[in-house]
Design a protein around this ligand. Structure first.
Ligand SMILES: *Cc1c(COP(=O)(O)O)cnc(C)c1O
Length: 421
């Protein structure tokens, strides 16, 4: 039994899922090109600006296009939004006032947001907690949002409801568009004053459109930057909420009017153009990895055949050594820093050691192939990204090869595979 045979077998089983992914890509490219042409994108939009950046045409057109694609009235798409966490923090802090409350309904928010939220035990300077903004979190087993339960839990001071589309780094499923919108509708019917917010990171272009909510945010070094946006984040949604975020990003009274970027906007436009394809390649890579590890007898999420509402594939590897090998093989197959050997380390802010594999052109870009894991039972690795499918396939091949060489695949599993291949 060799690794190539196992990968080829898994690939055969992915055919239907790959086809679904390609259809989503086609639909998104078509949608994108309609919006590009409607906005008359031209060379001049790629030029940068300096100073205040008043009437920066490239920036303004990019934001109109973004709003069109993200089912929104208005969007901020800025290199000055420094990361996904920054974009989310600006959106939240711009829309919440002292005495008001944010209610998280799809489970615990992404790790980096816990400092933005803050708490009595973790009273981070400038956090929502430090500003007198309250926070509550509802139980949501496997991110299943129970609408009647949510409605019962709204309080007069509840001003913003938080949902996270992606699994992030948790063993849960991603939310799909239909359920996000059903939740938003039910909340609006009961309480039109509440802002329904979505952390859209890792979810963009995994479906044929983006969810309609009041406000959402994400990172440009993930899906919508197409792998070539050099930095940045976005906030999109209803005009008044995006404007409040803009007042927080720049200054009250100035809002979205300023912000220059001398390097120009071509990489943002071209990245957005490439995003449906790059996301499709990354998704196919995730689908392949899920199928391969399922064939090898591991529990994976999403399971083969399940929809992918984000680009992440989680695999329960079960032991420390396999996890380290997995990450080291991903690193060895990377175009940058392939010579580096990742090791578990005690990263500040994390309770367990973590191991991270990433060899990316854009520093820290997780739309490029990367794998991360906390070093704790049951040793789950979270893999995401890949600018081209062939690259993820190569990494999968090396991982399986290593596992076979070290005798980590149970003989029963191999015998079963022998029958099938
Ligand atoms: C990546 C991510 C964030 C934070 O983005 P950064 O760019 O890493 O700050 C927030 N939420 C989710 C779901 C993410 O995947």
């Amino acid at each position: 039994m060799d690794a190539e045979k196992i990968i080829a077998r898994a690939e055969q089983q992915c055919a239907a899922a790959f086809l679904r992914t390609e259809k989503i890509e086609q639909s998104n490219v078509s949608r994108l090109m309609d919006v590009f042409s409607k906005n008359k994108v031209a060379q001049r939009h790629f030029s940068g600006s300096t100073g205040y950046g008043y009437d920066d045409e490239g920036r303004d057109a990019l934001e109109r296009i973004w709003a069109g694609i993200f089912s929104s009235e208005k969007a901020l798409v800025r290199p000055q939004l420094m990361s996904g966490t920054h974009a989310i923090a600006v959106a939240l802090l711009g829309n919440l006032r002292p005495g008001e409350e944010m209610l998280a309904i799809s489970g615990k928010p992404y790790d980096t947001l816990m400092d933005v939220i803050g708490s009595e035990e973790n009273p981070v300077e400038g956090s929502m907690y430090s500003l007198g903004i309250a926070y509550r979190e509802l139980e949501a087993e496997n991110a299943r949002v129970n609408i009647p339960f949510v409605l019962k839990n709204l309080r007069p001071e509840t001003r913003l409801v938080h949902m996270q589309r992606s699994r992030g780094y948790a063993w849960r499923r991603a939310l799909d568009i239909a359920e996000i919108e059903a939740v938003a509708e039910a909340i609006h019917a009961a309480r039109p004053d509440i802002v329904v917010f979505l952390d859209n990171c890792y979810g963009e272009f995994t479906d044929i459109r983006e969810p309609r909510v009041d406000l959402m945010a994400g990172s440009l070094i993930k899906n919508p930057g197409g792998g070539i946006a050099p930095t940045g984040g976005y906030i999109a949604g209803r005009e008044k909420y995006v404007q409040r975020a803009a007042a927080r990003l720049s200054a009250p009274g100035i809002g979205e009017e300023i912000g220059s970027y001398e390097a120009g906007y071509r990489l943002f436009y071209q990245g957005l153009f490439l995003a449906p394809h790059v996301v499709s390649e990354a998704l196919k890579g995730s689908i392949l990895l899920g199928e391969v590890f399922s064939l090898l007898g591991y529990e994976v999420s999403p399971a083969p055949g399940e929809p992918h509402g984000d680009i992440i594939q989680a695999v329960k590897l079960g032991d420390r050594e396999t996890l380290i090998d997995f990450c080291q093989m991903v690193q060895s197959a990377s175009p940058v820093d392939a010579h580096v050997l990742p090791e578990p380390w005690a990263m500040p802010g994390y309770s367990d050691e973590v191991i991270m594999a990433a060899g990316t052109f854009v520093s820290g870009a997780s739309i490029e192939l990367s794998a991360d894991a906390p070093m704790r039972e049951p040793y789950i690795v979270y893999v995401q990204g890949g600018l081209c499918y062939a690259h993820v396939r190569l990494a999968a091949l090396r991982i399986v090869d290593k596992m076979l060489a070290k005798g980590r695949v149970a003989s029963g599993v191999l015998a079963g595979l022998d029958g099938k291949i």
